[in-house]
Design a protein around this ligand. Structure first.
Ligand SMILES: [Ca+2]
Length: 297
């Protein structure tokens, strides 16, 4: 990179003209304000030569989706020294360490004293079951004492579980559909959820109910912010209804999730011990018999 050489050149120039023998550090952040930083350190070593170490750390993207592409961390550690300012020598003696914390501050990756190959080190993180979504912190250090910190954003995976109906669905009677929304770490995600930076990250939860009479959609809500989302549904047809609950925020903080359940809606035989399919069949026969009688009279 041309500008990087320019920075080295400036430091070198100060070293020659300004007698800048004390150590100094220059940090810079990568394009787009994320992903990597660089650290330069200058020291004046007895014997009159300059010694520089440059540490670069990066990830291959800013946003990751939990459980999908692995987080890839690249580290480059270069040691330079020069005695006469005409020649720069590059050595390969430093080791590097990489640590990563999830949004809850839990250490999810900790590698220390890693050797480099021509100054380069690479690792990838393949996700854990307790990973908390949100802003993650990556810290990279080298054995010269340089340190580079940067941040990633991990979108969490939402799941919908425990879809229930209360009371048991019946034609013409309001039933409450209830569903639990959780992230991949098992935390309940409520209607006023905020991420670890305080940003609103509440998803939208919609139930798609498909039965003999067609499809109905119903938006579920969670004013209590307890992660138990509810909505009221009044069935109009007897029979099995497929209920699919989808959760999404348009892919800002979450990867979409869904869950499904079957609601067996009863009619006038609701007090009966007969299975729902049989009840539905009997209702059809009664309906057909009534039609026949009406046709005759
Ligand atoms: Ca609730």
């Amino acid at each position: 990179m041309r500008w990087a050489r320019f920075v080295i050149g400036i430091i070198l120039l100060f070293g020659i003209l300004g007698e800048a023998h004390a150590a100094s550090t220059v940090e810079s952040q990568g394009p787009g304000g994320y992903g990597w930083q660089q650290v330069y350190i200058q020291t004046w070593v007895s014997g009159n030569y300059y010694n520089y170490a440059r540490l670069t750390a990066s990830a291959d993207r800013q946003f990751y989706d939990y459980g999908y592409k692995k987080i890839r961390i690249y580290v480059r550690e270069e040691d330079y020294w020069s005695q006469d300012c005409g020649w720069w020598y590059v050595t390969d003696t430093s080791t590097v360490s990489v640590s990563m914390q999830d949004a809850a501050g839990d250490n999810v990756l900790s590698l220390t004293g890693q050797g480099t190959t021509k100054g380069e080190f690479f690792t990838e993180y393949a996700w854990g079951t307790d990973d908390d979504p949100g802003r993650w912190t990556v810290t990279v250090t080298d054995s010269n004492g340089n340190s580079a910190t940067f941040y990633l954003y991990v979108r969490g995976q939402l799941n919908v579980t425990n879809i229930t109906f209360s009371p048991t669905p019946e034609v013409g009677v309001a039933t409450t559909i209830q569903a639990e929304v959780r992230d991949n770490a098992g935390n309940l995600i409520g209607g006023a959820y905020t991420d670890n930076e305080g940003n609103s990250a509440a998803p939208t939860v919609v139930a798609y109910i498909t039965g003999p009479g067609g499809e109905t959609t119903l938006t579920l809500s969670d004013p209590e912010n307890d992660g138990i989302w509810t909505g009221s549904w009044t069935p109009s047809m007897v029979g099995d209804h497929k209920v699919i609950v989808k959760v999404s925020d348009g892919h800002t903080y979450w990867v979409d999730g869904r869950g499904s359940a079957t609601a067996s809606v009863s009619g006038e035989f609701q007090g009966s011990m007969l299975p729902s399919a049989l009840r539905a069949a009997l209702l059809s026969i009664f309906g057909f018999a009534t039609l026949l009688l009406r046709a005759r009279w």
